[in-house]
Design a protein around this ligand. Structure first.
Ligand SMILES: NC(=O)c1ccc[n+]([C@@H]2O[C@H](COP(=O)([O-])OP(=O)(O)OC[C@H]3O[C@@H](n4cnc5c(N)ncnc54)[C@H](OP(=O)(O)O)[C@@H]3O)[C@@H](O)[C@H]2O)c1
Length: 276
């Protein structure tokens, strides 16, 4: 009842229609006061919906963007959309040995200032009941969502720790880390694990100047939530009565990566007010 009333009062300025012009209106000015201009930003899951919004955001912030994806074709297509030079690395993040091989070599030869662990899979657990999730799903989800973030972060932090450079890492967790998402879910477990990783890395590498943060989006208007550009996105279990936009998550990520977000080292919920 309350939600229905709130939904009527808090109307979106764009009639809840998620369009290209809405996307553009969220992505045309710096949100960091240009304070991260020139930084090298590495984004995993760059070809996904939040990933492409992150790429757009960090290009607006005049950063050098380095993409991580598993499909070279998709990565090339993404690079072709912009008139700037971007590096990319092709790797399957569910395979730790592949990360070690491709990424550790890159990190040894090139500098990364900001790492965004954004890649993730839902893992198909919504349809499964407790204890019916196949082990292979569990392992694949944990490897893709958690182990990859651990490895990408560790290799970067170890490579730079002697220099005491201010490396910033942002882990895209989920509100599913906070409650038992859809019964039993490797997804929720992996996202809760990301919070543990965030805290531990801060303890271990904070003294070398690194800052590791996590963002916990609620539903975001992306294909993971079965939403595409052009859809009406009104209706959600939060106070806005709509999911967050990928562009909003991307802007928040940039703020956390900048000096403005320096003291935000604990976990924050991007899309607040979800019904838990
Ligand atoms: N959408 C939401 O409602 C929501 C809410 C909370 C948190 N999140 C989190 O936000 C992040 C981005 O989600 P999204 O909505 O943008 O989903 P998405 O569009 O499905 O993007 C996921 C990205 O991860 C990449 N990826 C998946 N498995 C991979 C693997 N084995 N190796 C390399 N890359 C792999 C995908 O690559 P391909 O392009 O090749 O498929 C894609 O680029 C995820 O971590 C997700 O858990 C999303």
């Amino acid at each position: 009842m309350i939600r229905k009333v709130l939904g009527k009062i808090i109307k979106s300025p764009w009639n809840a229609q998620y369009t290209k012009s809405v996307q553009n209106s969220y992505s045309n000015a710096t949100v960091t006061g240009s304070s991260i201009e020139g930084k090298n930003v590495c984004i995993s899951g760059a070809t996904g919906d939040i990933g492409t919004a992150l790429v757009r955001r960090f290009l607006i912030e005049k950063c050098h963007v380095i993409l991580i994806g598993r499909s070279e074709e998709k990565l090339k297509k993404l690079c072709d959309q912009y008139n700037v030079k971007m590096d990319y690395m092709v790797m399957d993040l569910s395979i730790p040995a592949e990360i070690e091989k491709v990424y550790s070599d890159y990190v040894k030869k090139n500098r990364i200032d900001i790492l965004i662990n954004n890649a993730g899979v839902w893992g198909g657990a919504r349809e499964k009941k407790f204890r019916n999730v196949p082990v292979v799903n569990l392992i694949n989800t944990l490897n893709t969502n958690l182990k990859s973030a651990e490895l990408l972060s560790k290799l970067l932090l170890e490579a730079y720790k002697r220099e005491k450079n201010e490396i910033s890492i942002i882990n895209i967790s989920s509100i599913c880390s906070q409650f038992n998402s859809f019964g039993y879910s490797p997804y929720g477990i992996s996202k809760a694990g990301l919070l543990g990783l965030t805290k531990d890395l801060n303890v271990k590498y904070g003294r070398y100047g690194a800052t590791i943060r996590a963002i916990l989006p609620g539903s975001v208007a992306t294909k993971m939530g079965n939403i595409k550009v052009g859809d009406n996105i009104e209706g959600n279990n939060n106070i806005l009565n709509r999911p967050a936009l990928a562009e909003e998550i991307a802007a928040l990520t940039a703020v956390y990566a900048s000096d403005i977000g320096k003291y935000c080292v604990n976990n924050l919920t991007a899309s607040a007010g979800e019904k838990i």
